[in-house]
Design a protein around this ligand. Sequence first.
Ligand SMILES: [Zn+2]
Length: 473
Amino acid sequence: MNNGISTHRGLLGSSFFASVCFWIAISPAFAQQSAPRDPAEPQQGQPHPKVLLRPAAAIARQSVDEKSMRALIDQLVSCGTRLSLSSWTDAKRGIGCGRDHIVARLNEIAKDSGGKLQVVVDKFDSTSERTSGKPLHLESVYAILPGSDPKLAKTLFIVSGHYDSRPSDVMNTEADAPGADDDASGVSVSVESARLLSKAAANGKGGYRATLLFAAIPGEEQGLLGGYRLLEWAKQQGYAIGGMLDDDIVGDDPSPGAPHRVRLFSGNGEIDDCDSPGRELARAIEEIDGRENIRMIFRVDRYGRGGDHYPFYKAGLPAVRFTEPLEDYTHQHQTPRKENSIEYGDFAKYLNLTFLGEVARDNAEALGQLAMAPAAPTNARLTGAVTPDAKVSWSAEDDPERASFEILWRETTEPRWQVYDFAASPGETVLRGVSTDNHFFAVRAVGKNGARSIAVPTEIERRPPPLPAGAKQ
Ligand SMILES: [Zn+2]
């Protein structure tokens, strides 16, 4: 069956690219691109960088254990409701039942990891309108795979799903709320990523230099309470956030032709050129997993909606959200019932395990490569306005595992970076004859293993406008 899937994916990939090529061939944009370059951007002198190959994919699609993912989802659904206001102590019904199943599964995985994976239950109180303004006891489950590099071990790459669920009324503790897709599916991706990556680490493969955290958190439906807590907890532990991947509603893909590409949401941020850290994380994930697998959406979340990546995004950190291609609103946030012959309710029978398995592989592969990469550069700057040459500078600590830096650029209208040139060491590089005005620029670090940090866009040099004569600044 797995072979069938990869063959299908192969076909999907080739037909996707074939159609892209066809589109390019007939598109007026192609004519525009193949036209002589603008004389203001002369071709001469432009470097032709030899791009170092990325690490070969470490997480094979057939190594994803869809059966165990489904078993965990069924166990979570069997708790009846996992509303954050329901019981934390009843082993059979309520959110405590959900926590117990997740902890048990992660402990199994930790055992197989030769003790590398550490399972932590983080107990805390939180308050929102949806807790009637009263402090609510909550418990998050984290599995931690410590990084192997002493300098990078305090950088954290997170994958998270929320294990609370809700019926139509978000305050109703009695109604059933199976929450198979929203969001037992995301929890299963986080837990399966823990299995795949800790197994690789236990086998001496992987070489994850940064620390990986696999989270299952509560309180999402009560106001992202687990997401805010996760950010606070990480800071308290002294971690810097390398990246946060939120998986929420990733289990269904009902349209003909499935599996389709998972959607990957990233917000614009607040700077002029829409290059938020979350956007850079999204671009890095798309490069790692391929355009045939990831559909980037340049928007912080589905229109008017939110998720646990949001607290990280608002804090200016690299955070993104994975969500299935086409949501079915009769399944989400619905008390199970039948009305006008429509069945409402978020049941496991609607899930597409082939699609869910793809999402798990895409998450695990991206997390693994990001955790293998050197630290991202800092203080990236662009200077040289009103001169013929752009000058890009950046800082980075010494790292014997780093091969070089890639200087990236893109047309201001392009969504994706291209490699302009390499630089062996931090400092300033002059891009001869390149205007500061017509492209955006960024820098990223490349490891000897081929793994890339996320890109760091150059900060804009602020030139104060000339003041009228006699005016004081
Ligand atoms: Zn959700």
